[in-house]
Design a protein around this ligand. Structure first.
Ligand code: SF4
Ligand code: FES
Length: 769
């Protein structure tokens, strides 16, 4: 249809609103309550426009276009209507712009300047609303609230967690949290962006800069495999806040709190600031030249003495593509074969049959095309909050979700079925779904009815395997059973991985059995677990914390105690590194270098350096390049390195990426004793997030208790819990019952219980009676 705005003709579709057409053609209409991803309520009246044939101006956000409609955004009627709205809004809004963090980017301030009056007819006192401390992430100045209800609708419609509501009526109306609860959802920070005034603000950023003094750089989230796009705001070479960069295919206009506040970890007090070398049992600072030369000498000695089998090279998949690629290249040039990134895994029997790289099996935006999505070993709300938004959207269309995990998942969307199973039960359950023999009696009959009724091969099905499966001692058989089941129901097969760059780590050959693009190696090396278990004589650790980033932190300590050379390329100085390192090379975090990540749908995303590192900290890829160069190989610039990687991966056709296809059924795992597992705490997933002070102050960040299934809890009432984890005796008073756990299960919420590390991430324990 044809409509006219300010006497110019535009084409519009049936069902579009005036504001949508105006936005499409860059015609500015002021607004407060309208947001393109929220429902329309038309309660602020700021978008009133003059429409020919209407006596009064009409809200552009809720008025549908009609053929031949003539709209004016500039006429006197429009201006008067907008001026009157501004006057009403400013009756109660305080004029405290000089001390408001929103100043300079406040929609009310901008609109007031453009559409407001130069004086107020209102001489009475302004309304005052008392503030409450509702979150360590969001500061409130509710007197500034203009009741647009964006924050309320966000909770209801996008996050599906109603944290804020409009209470009372008229003059007393206020936004508050329900039943005096705190705001603690994993997406809460989005309300800061949505609030058009300074009522909800970024608490950690409060009063640290004025918006016009900030510079903005675009980055990619390093905290999960979704790859949310972010704008980092920088003041004096320091990131002071992060906001979403719009990407409709990935994070739309949202950001998880982990992505928004995680950067704080960069400024942790335990940053490694200078290279160090151990001399006479003491770690002493040295210059870069000495550190690199010593490392190079040691590596060349190993090479000359043909002892490279005693070298374990381990890197975190939180590293950039450039670091990952160079890492495997440098150590392969020396002749090392023990190269891996899968430090949180134990069972590697699956590895020959694994795809070239793990992917979700579809694009993130296409999740809603599935009839059924079966989530296995993942809690989306906690582990991938930004994906939760997509899943809520998909569920609102037609997709049904089924969740099978070790703890029944508390999701923001409503899974049709949510099952909590131990790892041995999980295999039995999956085998029954595939073969219909040996029916597990611990699952209600009606669950099976429902599953068989809806999950059929003529439907569009997707199975998504979460990172918790990777931690199981029987990972291979679970993958095998899932693969069988996927064939039975004709499902696509996808993964959600532990870190932001697991996909690149596979694709770029940071593996003991594959080179870049899945090519076979001549001689297969040890996997990450074997490298630790076998107590090698020499280790290279890149971006890894021995305390938290391994399948079993006790085993890592044992290995470090006995090895001869421990080299840490690290941004942080942890107690284990201080105790066991022979060489420490302080390297950049993701923000201090140029870099790139490949997200779980296989999208390659590059970014430029966001802040400069401190003087003695070097960019990780430069240090690796230096090692290559002094041994006579290529001397890369960042651009030549990045181009080489891009050229490599351009040759790889994602659609040829095979699904998992294990041909021989693995041995059945026998579960003895109590099943124990470590929950993936959202704010403990990587070394930067772990150090974000604000996130650690949230309820999730503080979770430290041990959880017992109801049966274990009710038979244990001593006031303290004492159990044997392998050969370790653990005693703790911090335990609760958790009815979302399957029978005979114990779950750790942290890597530490008091001062003791939890040891293996999964396995068995015996409770002392
Ligand atoms: S707090 Fe902000 S977003 Fe929420 S209703 Fe008030 S002005 Fe709108
Ligand atoms: S933006 Fe249209 S009424 Fe609020």
């Amino acid at each position: 249809m044809e409509i006219f705005i300010n006497n110019k003709s535009y084409t519009a579709e049936d069902g579009e609103t005036i504001i949508q057409i105006a936005d499409k053609f860059d015609i500015h209409i002021p607004r407060f309550c309208y947001h393109k991803h929220l429902s329309i309520v038309a309660n602020c009246r700021m978008c009133l426009v003059d429409i020919e044939g209407f006596k009064f101006a009409q809200p552009a956000c809720s008025t549908l276009v009609q053929d031949g409609m003539k709209i004016s955004t500039q006429s006197a009627k429009t201006k008067n209507a907008q001026k009157s709205t501004m006057e009403f809004l400013l009756i109660n809004h305080p004029l405290d712009c000089p001390i408001c963090d929103q100043g300079g980017e406040c929609e009310l301030q901008d609109v007031s300047l453009e559409y407001g009056d130069d004086h107020s007819n209102y001489m009475q006192f302004k309304r005052v609303v008392v503030d409450r401390d509702v979150s360590p992430l969001i500061s409130t100045d509710m007197t500034r609230c203009i009741h647009c209800s964006r924050c309320v609708r966000f909770g209801e419609e996008v996050a599906a967690t109603k944290e804020l509501g409009l209470l009372d009526r008229g003059e007393n109306m206020k936004i508050d949290s329900f039943i005096e609860k705190n705001i603690d959802s994993e997406l809460s920070g989005n309300m800061i962006d949505l609030c058009p005034v300074g009522a909800l603000n970024n608490k950690p950023y409060r009063y640290s800069a004025r918006t016009w003094d900030l510079s903005q750089k675009k980055g990619i989230s390093p905290h999960d495999c979704i790859g949310s796009n972010i704008f980092y705001h920088i003041y004096n070479n320091k990131i002071v806040r992060a906001v979403p960069a719009e990407n409709e295919n990935i994070n739309q206009t949202w950001l998880s709190d982990r992505d928004r506040f995680g950067y704080e970890g960069i400024y942790a007090e335990d940053r490694c600031k200078r290279p160090m070398i151990k001399k006479n049992e003491k770690l002493l600072t040295c210059d870069w030249d000495t550190a690199i030369k010593t490392l190079n000498q040691n590596l060349n000695t190993l090479k000359n003495e043909k002892k490279l089998d005693s070298l374990g090279c381990l890197i975190s998949p939180q590293s950039t593509c450039e670091e990952l690629y160079l890492f495997q290249k440098v150590f392969r040039e020396f002749g090392a074969n023990n190269i891996d990134h899968r430090t949180i895994e134990k069972d590697f029997d699956y590895q020959q049959d694994y795809p070239v790289m793990p992917t979700l099996g579809c694009d993130i935006k296409d999740l809603e095309a599935y009839d059924n999505v079966i989530l296995v070993g993942v809690n989306i709300k906690k582990e991938f909050p930004i994906l939760s938004v997509r899943m809520i959207q998909a569920q609102n269309k037609k997709t049904q979700f089924f969740s099978i995990n070790f703890q029944s998942s508390n999701e923001d969307f409503n899974p049709a079925i949510s099952l909590a199973l131990r790892n041995d039960q999980l295999r039995e359950f999956l085998d029954y779904l595939s073969n219909k023999t040996n029916k597990p009696n611990y699952i209600e009959e009606k669950m099976f009815h429902y599953i068989f009724k809806y999950i059929k091969s003529n439907k569009k099905n997707l199975i998504v395997i979460g990172p918790s499966i990777g931690q199981l001692p029987n990972q291979t058989e679970i993958l095998y059973s899932l693969n069988q089941y996927s064939k039975k129901i004709n499902a696509d097969f996808g993964y959600l991985t532990e870190h932001c760059n697991n996909t690149a780590s596979w694709l770029l050959g940071v593996l003991p059995h594959r080179l870049p693009l899945g090519k076979r190696v001549d001689k297969e090396g040890l996997n990450a677990y074997q490298m630790i278990e076998k107590k090698l004589s020499n280790y290279i650790f890149y971006n890894l914390e021995p305390e938290c980033d391994f399948w079993n932190n006790d085993l890592v300590e044992d290995a470090l105690k006995t090895s001869k050379m421990n080299v840490f390329f690290s941004s942080f100085m942890t107690p284990f590194i201080a105790k066991y390192a022979d060489i420490v090379l302080p390297i950049s975090t993701f923000a201090e270098t140029h870099g790139s990540f490949i997200n779980i749908e296989g999208s390659y995303q590059a970014y430029k350096q966001i802040i400069r590192p401190k003087k003695e900290i070097k960019l990780g890829w430069e240090v690796l390049n230096n090692l290559l160069f002094i041994n006579g190989a290529n001397n890369y610039t960042f651009d030549t390195l990045q181009n080489e990687i891009k050229n490599n991966i351009q040759d790889f056709d994602v659609t040829t990426n095979n699904n998992f296809k294990l041909s021989n059924q693995p041995l059945k795992y026998i579960q003895k004793d109590i099943f124990k597992f470590t929950l993936r705490n959202t704010y403990n997933t990587d070394q930067i997030v772990r150090r974000s002070k604000s996130l650690q102050q949230t309820r999730t960040g503080k979770l430290k208790n041990i959880l017992l299934s109801n049966d274990l809890f009710s038979s244990h009432k001593k006031g303290y819990l004492e159990f044997i984890d392998k050969d370790k005796n653990i005693k703790s008073e911090l335990y609760n019952s958790d009815q979302s756990l399957p029978h005979n299960t114990i779950a750790y919420q942290s890597y530490k219980i008091g001062d003791a590390f939890v040891g293996a991430r999964t396995g068995t324990v015996k409770i002392k009676s």
